[in-house]
Design a binder for this molecule. Structure first.
Ligand code: SAH
Length: 358
């Protein structure tokens, strides 16, 4: 017996033919009934993966300081929108708000908005942020453009679907997910037209291998740029990925903290792909945004003062808590942990803003 999503997907493929990897990812994560994010809380020790805000409050605290600094650089507007994309359990937002309590005027000015597609996670966000007035959105289009906008996203872009183009000596094809009763789900191939291969940067177009493109991320960044430009906004995204376009199959499935085959347990395992920050930069520049980074997460958090924050927390901590703080700091910043693979990019549509940490 397969998962509910596997039954649905097999039927879909039987009637409409194999699906590209982007459609596969969008269904596996976001199918309104059976999609991964629709039905569960994927985080933490009992879940499938652990994200930076779930590792330590220090992450949200220093990012809260980053947001407060941007607000000050904007001239402390009396009203602004703070939008988090894909807020998970709401932990980052809760830590940011707690850390900025003493910044005079900041809370009174801040309207909290969350971009979230998962009903299950919305419930958790509501609980964790119950002392604040929070608005939810399913798309950027419903944001109002009153007052400036500050946008954050941690491990949001990696959940947006990628498509996979494969180059061999025979030319290009697109990888698809196919299904038949004898083999179950398997990877197949179909022709890749020039409108797709044109998305592979010219300098690497002749290398044999897999190249991932993400029309979904590109569209998101264009919509984001429009929202930022409408009201003079600034955005910060943290995620794992590469600074320059490069070939490689980075699509991965995680189930209970283990990597599992992408075509197994579909709808019950998380699916992500590395973010191509080079492409994000390029699109942002085309849209007229100023772009900082990408820089490594470790260096970014250190510039924002995470070491001092850890020292401060250790002073008031019991012995065993001290060890936890040290190990969380190590996980977030060390090059062999999340410090180097994770990267940070800042985007601005507002003159005269110098985002901290770059
Ligand atoms: N930022 C959180 C959660 C990361 S997981 C953390 O760091 O812990 C990805 C989050 O993005 C989840 O909240 C998921 O439901 C949301 N998400 C994924 N794809 C989305 C989409 N297309 N639109 C809106 N939210 C999405």
């Amino acid at each position: 017996m397969g998962t509910a999503l596997e039954t649905y997907l097999a039927q879909h493929i039987r009637t409409q033919g194999p699906v590209d990897i982007g459609t596969f990812m969008a269904l596996a994560l976001g199918h309104p009934q059976y999609g991964y994010y629709m039905k569960q809380d994927p985080f933490g020790a009992d879940g499938d993966f652990t994200t930076a805000p779930e590792i330590s409050q220090m992450f949200g605290e220093v990012i809260g300081a980053w947001v407060a600094d941007i607000w000050m650089q904007m001239g402390k507007p009396g009203f602004f929108t703070l939008l988090e994309c894909g807020p998970g359990r709401g932990t980052l937002m809760a830590d940011m708000m707690r850390a900025t309590q003493t910044v005079e005027g900041f809370h009174a000015a801040c309207g909290i908005h969350l971009l979230e597609m998962s009903p299950a996670l919305k419930v958790l966000q509501e609980q964790n942020l119950d002392q604040y007035d929070v608005r939810w959105h399913e798309t950027l289009e419903t944001l109002s453009d009153e007052g400036p906008l500050i946008v954050l996203g941690n491990e949001f872009l990696d959940a947006l679907p990628v498509r996979q183009l494969v180059k061999s000596d025979k030319g290009w094809h697109e990888r698809v997910v196919a299904h038949d009763d004898a083999q179950g789900f398997y990877f197949g191939a179909r022709a890749a037209g020039p409108e797709l291969t044109a998305l592979v940067p010219e300098d690497i177009r002749n290398i044999n291998g897999v190249f991932e493109i993400s029309p979904a991320r590109a569209q998101f960044v264009r919509n984001l740029a429009a929202a930022l430009k409408a009201c003079g906004g600034v955005a910060l995204f943290l995620d794992y990925g590469h600074a320059r376009p490069a070939p490689g199959d980075t699509l991965q499935a995680l189930y209970k903290h283990e990597y599992v085959p992408v075509l197994s347990n579909i709808g019950n395992a998380d699916l992500t792909a590395h973010v191509d920050f080079g492409v994000l930069r390029e699109i942002s520049a085309q849209e007229g945004l100023d772009c900082c980074g990408p820089v490594a997460q470790g260096a970014f958090l250190e510039k924002l003062g995470i070491n001092a924050r850890a020292q401060f927390l250790m002073k008031g901590a019991r012995e065993e808590q001290k060890g936890d703080i040290q190990s969380a700091l190590h996980r977030l910043t060390h090059g062999e942990q999340m410090g180097a693979l994770f990267k940070v990019i800042g985007l601005s549509a507002r003159e005269g803003i110098a985002p901290a940490g770059f």
